[in-house]
Design a protein around this ligand. Sequence first.
Ligand SMILES: NC(=O)c1ccc[n+]([C@@H]2O[C@H](COP(=O)([O-])OP(=O)(O)OC[C@H]3O[C@@H](n4cnc5c(N)ncnc54)[C@H](OP(=O)(O)O)[C@@H]3O)[C@@H](O)[C@H]2O)c1
Length: 454
Amino acid sequence: MPDPAKSTAKPAKQPVNKTRFTDSQVAVTRVGILGCGTVGGALVDLISQRAAAIEESVGIRLEVRHIAVRNLEADRGPAVNPDWLSTDSNAVATAEDVDIVIELLGGIEPARELILGALNAGKPVITGNKELVANHGAELFAAAAKNKVDFLFEAAVAGAIPILRPLRESLLGEDVIRIMGIVNGTTNFILTRMTEDGASYDEALTEAQELGYAEADPTADVEGFDAGAKAAIMASIAFGVEVVANDVHHEGISNIDQTDIAFANRLGYRIKLLAIAEVFGTGANKEVDVRVHPVMVPLTHPLASVRGSFNAIFVEGAAAGELMFYGRGAGGDPTSSAVLGDLVDAAVNLRGNTFLPVPAGAPAVIRSIDEVDSAYYLNMEVGDAPGVLAEVAGVFGQNGVSIGSMEQTGLGDDARLVFITHIAKERALQQTLIELGELGSVRAIRSVLRVIED
Ligand SMILES: NC(=O)c1ccc[n+]([C@@H]2O[C@H](COP(=O)([O-])OP(=O)(O)OC[C@H]3O[C@@H](n4cnc5c(N)ncnc54)[C@H](OP(=O)(O)O)[C@@H]3O)[C@@H](O)[C@H]2O)c1
């Protein structure tokens, strides 16, 4: 028999009571959820999984009380108590036994009316609705401010990635100069498949639809509307001005083909759909440039390595320098994680009788796309004859657009000229395109992409 006195075995760990809050210290927060689809359903699951840990950590007990849906018969999974379900979304938004309302319906109406109803009933509101915030943010912010309650919408931009809270809080003292983001997973997936596997645009889009990344009607994603709404929200928060979806210049990716992808690869770039927001000047002279379009990103830039359906946001600050936020930009679980983060914040604020001030700002002065400075990639079909290059180069020169590099490829009907320019004004580039189009030797301008210089 071993001598217990000499045993080196560690004594069994005694369970430690780690509870930091007594029952009387725990605040119960009653939650009403509008919508129980991809995000709402995942949120109910996540609350049931994380509720104990949240209570342990911050002394808040989250209790779902009501959920508004359209169809009471649909299977909602084991985390949803059927007694919570109702088709009366107004009643859920203003219920007396609900402290915080979460809007996960999507679209403008009835989401807007329901959120206003909840805010005016004195309830903090959380939403993931980018379309609504980008089009009606000012009205909702005003209602939240008037009622002195939280209005939080982290999930509206880039799913799980915390970007609005860092912009609103961690970077509050920072002079944010520029934000560039890959904020649409569908288009990044399509461009990645085209780049890495040689898929055509149509093949990559079909695959994205089969995998559930793209809608049957992919317009909002591929034409840049979805990214535009997110760009407007980020610009509003980062620059303290009101930017709405309509202020955003957007171009999509549906014209990108394998020729552009091949040139980008050869020249050391990746083509990405970027949401870009920049600020110029201060005070009354402040101007904001917000746009979404495909960009040739040098392989050395961190955004070039963001593959598949992932999102990333690159923030440049005067003091902080370059920061990058990376992760899953959509999907039930990632998005519900951002919603739950907002919910815990709002519950803690409610207990403390406080709220996060809304991003109030006057309507932004938007810098016209004509005034934007960029380098450009141009790919054109030209006649295969002596003197064409000089003629084309002459048009660039007359418009003050200087050429950084040039490639001549193909022969006969396949003759192409590809240029990368130095930084030029968009207005000068557009005039160059008009004049190139008038040259008999230029058969077609196949594509024009903006370029981030290495
Ligand atoms: N899905 C994502 O990856 C993602 C990512 C970021 C942000 N978001 C945003 O999150 C929000 C929700 O998106 P989702 O993908 O979860 O949408 P979804 O799957 O279509 O779910 C919508 C839910 O709202 C309910 N609903 C719609 N209209 C209603 C009405 N008038 N009254 C009562 N219930 C109604 C639907 O009820 P039924 O189930 O009965 O039809 C469904 O449960 C949107 O604003 C979206 O932009 C989504």
